[in-house]
Write a protein that binds this ligand. Structure first.
Ligand code: 1GP
Length: 250
């Protein structure tokens, strides 16, 4: 088990929540990176459905100059690889029925990944309808699970756990109108032991609290912080307060 996954598991075991900031390499904001470092953000995820202009390695090096937060590649495709990151979410889009995103791309990337120093974390990626069509839906050519069908998300997550995946990521899509709802998060949380990541459309404190209280171990925030990086202070404070409360109750 690699360092990053051990960190995720150990925080989960203590009931502690984690905050991840998603950086699109085409829209990198260095002030956000500095604020993330200052405010105790746990993870930087880097990637995007389409990365056009940037050199991923160069971006990661620039981020590393400004913070010591572990950097995990959240690849829109397996062209998005860099040995400068710490880890890679090896995503299998298990809510979809596109074989390329279940196994095809993984085969193409396998030998490069084996040679790389990256910590590879097999992740069951589950797309949930977030009220509008998102880049990930379009690019992946898959249908999201309807938001009112938690039983499908549960069965999908359980299948992912049984297949030996190490994380489950419930994704409403970047900029989703509705984030993954609390009932869906709770239902999946209760059905699996794996760490649960939730992202997409979490853009204010109420939604941050809702996702964490419903059982997300880690939340991922991208868009909201692209629009106003200062919000990180408030979001990180919520996570810290929940974690302090948990610490006192233990
Ligand atoms: C998208 O879950 C992430 O993959 C983050 O979504 O940009 O809506 O925060 P937002």
């Amino acid at each position: 088990m690699g360092n990053l996954y051990s960190y995720i598991l150990s925080k989960k075991a203590k009931g502690l929540k984690q905050l991840a900031v998603l950086i699109d390499p085409d829209k990198i904001n260095y002030r956000l990176i500095e604020l993330a470092e200052k405010n105790g953000v746990d993870h930087i995820l880097i990637g995007g459905s389409i990365v056009t202009e940037s050199n991923l390695t160069q971006c990661i090096l620039e981020i590393k100059k400004r913070c010591s937060i572990p950097i995990t590649i959240f690849p829109g495709s397996y062209l998005q690889l860099s040995d400068e990151a710490d880890a890679l979410l090896f995503l299998s889009l298990i809510s979809g029925r596109n074989p390329e995103l279940l196994i095809g791309n993984h085969v193409m990337a396998a030998q490069s990944l084996r040679k790389s120093k990256l910590e590879i974390i097999p992740t069951g990626y589950i797309l949930i309808d977030g009220g509008k069509s998102t880049a990930v839906q379009y690019i992946s050519n898959t249908m999201p699970i309807p938001a009112n069908k938690p039983e499908i998300a549960v069965a999908t997550a359980v299948a992912g756990e049984l297949l030996g995946l190490k994380l489950i990521y419930l994704e409403a899509g970047s900029g989703a109108l509705q984030p993954v709802n609390e009932h869906m998060i709770k239902s999946v949380r209760n059905a699996i032991d794996l760490p649960l990541i939730v992202g997409g459309g979490i853009n204010n404190s109420t939604k941050v609290k809702a996702a964490l209280n419903a059982g997300a171990d880690m939340i991922v925030i991208g868009n909201a912080l692209e629009q106003n990086e200062n919000d990180i202070v408030e979001f990180a404070e919520i996570v810290m307060q929940m974690n302090q409360k948990q610490h006192i109750e233990k």
